[in-house]
Structures are given as C-alpha cells and as structure tokens.
Design a protein around this ligand. Sequence first.
Ligand SMILES: C[S@@+](CC[C@H](N)C(=O)[O-])C[C@H]1O[C@@H](n2cnc3c(N)ncnc32)[C@H](O)[C@@H]1O
Length: 357
Amino acid sequence: MKEGVGEKSYAKNSFYQKTVLSKAKPFIEETIVQLYCKTFPQCLTIADLGCSSGPNSLFIISEILKAINAVCPKLGRSPPEFQVFLNDLPENDFNTVFKSTPHFYEKFTSDNGQEFGPCFVAGVPGSFYNRLFPTKTLDFVHSSCGLHWLSQVPQGIDNNKGNVYLARTSPSNVYEAYSEQFNRDFSVFLSMRSKEMIVGGCMVITVIGRRNLDLPSKDYRYYLEVFSKTLRDMVSEGLIEEAKLNSFNLPYYTPSIKEVQTIIQSEGSFVLDRVETFDNDWDTSEDYVNRDFVHDKIKSGELVAKGLRAVVEHIFVSHFGDSALEDLFCRYAKDVGEILAKERPQTTTLVICMTKN
Ligand SMILES: C[S@@+](CC[C@H](N)C(=O)[O-])C[C@H]1O[C@@H](n2cnc3c(N)ncnc32)[C@H](O)[C@@H]1O
C-alpha cells in the first residue's frame, strides 16, 4: 500500500475499504460480544491482520472496544483490559500507524471513560501466512480486505497474456492455478491461526469474493479487466512493452463462498458460523438515488483509479518501472469513468465468521 498521508497514499484513498469495514461492523461486533460473554477474559487479546496504515487501521478496533464497553454494564461486569496487535507485512508504513496511537488513546478514553480498559496497542510485522503469535494467545482475530492477496503469483500462468488477473480470455489453467494458490494460502492461514488462538476464540474475515463459482472473468465490468484493457491500449501505442505486460500478473484472488466453505471444512481447525455477502459500488461515495450511473464520470473515475493506485502502485513499479505510472492511472480513470457513466458495476464482499475448535 502507498505509504504516508499524502494525496496518493492509502491513508487518503481507502474509502472503498472503509465502506467494507463499516458494512461488516455489525457482524464483527456481534461476534466479539458473544465471545466476551462466553469467556469473560481478564484481558481480551485481539489481532487485526493486514492493518495497513491510515484511518482504517484502528477504526474497527475502536468500534470493537465501544461494543464491549456497551455490554459490560448490562452484565454487571467490570471491563476487561485489551491487548491489540496490528499486523501487516514488514514493508507496511507502521510509522504512520504508530503516530496515530495518541489520538486513538485519547478517543478511547473519551468514547469509553477513564474506568474502561486500559488498552495496549502493538505492531507485529510479518506475513499472516506464517506464525505471528505465541501458542493459544489470541481471543479474537479480524482481517479486512487482506486475504484476497495471495502469498505469491501462481506458478504456470505464463499463457495469461495481456491480462493482469483472471479475465474472460484467460485459459482455464490460469483459473485453476489461481484457485489452487488461494486454496493453499488460505489453508496455511487457518492452520497458523489455529495454533495461535484459544479454543472457542473467534475470527471474522472480510474478503472481496464471489457469490458463486462463476469466474469473475464472466463479469466484463470487473475492475481489473478494465485495468488490463488500459494496459493493452498503452502496449498498442508503444508506451509499455508487450512482453512486460504478458509477464505481469497480480497475486490476487476473489474466492467464491463455496471455495471458502470447502477450505474451512477440509482444514478442520474452525467451525464456520456464518458467511454474509454484500455488494459495493466501485465509487462508494456516489449517491445513486434514482439513477444507475454516476453523476460525474471524471470525478468517479479518478476516485476509483486513485483507490487502485494506492494499492497496486508498488507492485506495478517494481515490474514496469515508474515512467508509465502517471499516464496509466490517468487513462484508467477515464476508462473507468466511461463505464460508470453508463452502468453501475459492483464488487461482492464476503464476511466469514468462524470459531476455533
Ligand atoms: C487493501 S489493504 C486493507 C487494509 C485494512 N485492513 C483496511 O481495511 O483498510 C490490504 C493489506 O493487507 C496487507 N497484506 C497483504 N498480504 C499480507 C500478508 N501476507 N501478511 C500480512 N499482511 C498482508 C497489505 O500489506 C495491506 O496493508
């Protein structure tokens, strides 16, 4: 993710992910309150995996703490202490996260009062596809918009030419390779967390996914297909090398509900309590009342392009260099704007709630 708090940073361009967090919030709150009421730990230990940097990093943690605060008086319980671990890859901008902790602690006290807590926040650098925490130390694990990122680009997809991800024109082995990579990664993720969580501990994961097994490539409106089209246009104008595009694929996969259910069942460490789904517009700030297209295609196209750029800029630059970067995202903004001026494409989000066996 793009570091810092500048105009192009993830911190300033993560509205889409904030919408996902807000929509998943009721399920997260319900799960943690139920967990608290079952176990009444003296210290509630919470991990947020793939926290990134910016306002989203501590948003859901604040909401979780408020939910526990609201329930304690009803139960006649004095509130627990909280240990909060924020995890992301070592390259993540933890400095920006840490700089936001004084404000978080102030808000924590003003939201919840002096008697509540205390709460201790710590950063944990490392991949969530590895062990991150000691055995049986976590009560609750949350991860939003992180697990559709794979540990690596799947092997054997050199024939996915002209596309950066699965597309209508991708050969079938490409779909299989992506699906298998997700299967391996998600299984490893579950197995790592199963060692770190207490029995009866809960996990809520939010990923961009699909309701059914249909390939995302069947949906031509899919935003990475538009990104591939923008790149192909630049190849045809000689602005990007064709070989560079042909060898570029994103380590990203949007699983179906069925795939997630099957993996959780066959890995065996967790009981799947529920899967909820909801759809988000590409431009989550747009008010679609009485319309099925955006009001201002330039503004909406730019907003979507800035959101994607904040997420993929580092991956893109490490493969292509930075000479085409500005042009690419200007063109992508225009291409997206043209689609949003005519129709209302959406992405599906899965909210997966599990309990550790
Ligand atoms: C789109 S951001 C979502 C951030 C935040 N959860 C939110 O909702 O705004 C995805 C985050 O997952 C992190 N991530 C991806 N793969 C990871 C891995 N293997 N281990 C830990 N974090 C990872 C990325 O670095 C990034 O910060």
